[in-house]
Design a protein around this ligand. Structure first.
Ligand SMILES: *Cc1c(COP(=O)(O)O)cnc(C)c1O
Length: 308
């Protein structure tokens, strides 16, 4: 994949904040789910699977990208989604547009519903490819080892060094990939995941398991769980929660830098990054924020952003 752009964004508390525009990955409104899905679909096509199954919520960026990649490859796509609190979102509308089939179920029946669907498809003579929610797994991790290599290349070209990388952390796969890239290249950057929903110790443990799973297969490198920085101070009331400070950050970055952030992931993480920098008195550093995408979510939020 062609490297995504990195540019200097703002000065903050004596730091230079840069941004890596993974939101501009040129497929289906980009984002980290597009970076991951590209590798999953390479695997799917190489191994001659003939349909795809995944799951996610009504607002899932992952499901949008997977449904779009399936439609563009002429493959059937099945999306399993919990039937709690469903509302119409831009992502959900697009998933329908791409012709994916929604299968709704109770939250506690997701696993069973997936197993049944895979079983039925195989019984019909199909070869279904299953992708975990959010593009979790070693292939998803690989996508952000690749992104880390792009960052190293940029550093070499521009003769600059990033001390920190911040990003929104959800299932932890993005963070796991960055941590693996950091370890493999002995790069010594601080990788700070700002949790958008999960609390510790669980959130950190999932990142740890993903790192271990990736490194076990390929490298002899090891990691301690204490070396993982998964910050759970900025979740508020949980997934999708936001406050007026987050809205203000989103307004500012759009107004002065022309870059959209959303309330669930990137806006929340950008705000969390600023708070973390202030709290820990971080200064005189080069800091890279990875814009992990979610542009359609920006439009779901637009009315609230304008109102506050
Ligand atoms: C899914 C998502 C994340 C979180 O990525 P993980 O790899 O699941 O931690 C961050 N930002 C956006 C916009 C996302 O859609």
């Amino acid at each position: 994949m062609q490297s995504t752009q990195i540019l200097e964004l703002i000065k903050y508390e004596g730091n230079n904040i840069f941004i890596k525009r993974d939101d501009l990955i040129p497929f289906s409104f980009g984002g980290n789910k597009a970076r991951k899905a590209k590798l999953f679909f390479e695997d799917l096509i190489n191994n001659k699977y003939d349909c795809v199954v995944t799951y996610g919520s009504f607002s899932s960026n992952h499901c949008r990208v997977v449904a779009n990649m399936a439609s563009s490859n002429n493959l059937s796509c099945y999306i399993i989604t919990p039937n709690e609190g469903i509302k119409e979102t831009e992502n959900r509308k697009m998933i329908k547009l791409f012709g994916a089939k929604f299968i709704e179920c109770e939250l506690n029946l997701v696993k069973e519903t997936i197993d049944n669907l895979l079983c039925n498809l195989k019984a019909e003579g199909k070869k279904p490819y299953f992708i975990q929610g959010g593009g979790h797994g070693n292939i998803g991790t690989q996508a952000y080892v690749d992104a880390f290599n792009e960052i190293l290349y940029f550093e070499k070209e521009k003769k600059i060094k990033f001390d920190y990388i911040f990003h929104a952390s959800g299932t932890g796969t993005t963070q796991a990939g960055l941590i693996c890239g950091n370890l493999i290249n002995n790069s010594n950057k601080k990788i700070v995941g700002i949790s958008i929903a999960r609390k510790n110790p669980y959130g950190k443990k999932v990142v740890y398991e993903s790192v271990k799973s990736y490194l076990d297969r390929i490298y002899s490198k090891k990691i301690n769980i204490e070396d993982i920085t998964f910050i759970d101070n900025y979740i508020g009331e949980g997934y999708g929660y936001y406050n007026s400070e987050i809205i203000n950050v989103i307004k500012q970055i759009l107004t002065f830098n022309g870059i959209p952030l959303d309330t669930t992931y990137t806006g929340k993480a950008f705000w969390g990054m600023k708070e973390h920098i202030k709290l820990n008195k971080i200064s005189d550093k080069n800091i890279l924020f990875i814009h992990t995408g979610g542009t359609p979510l920006f439009f779901d939020d637009l009315n609230e952003i304008v109102d506050i």
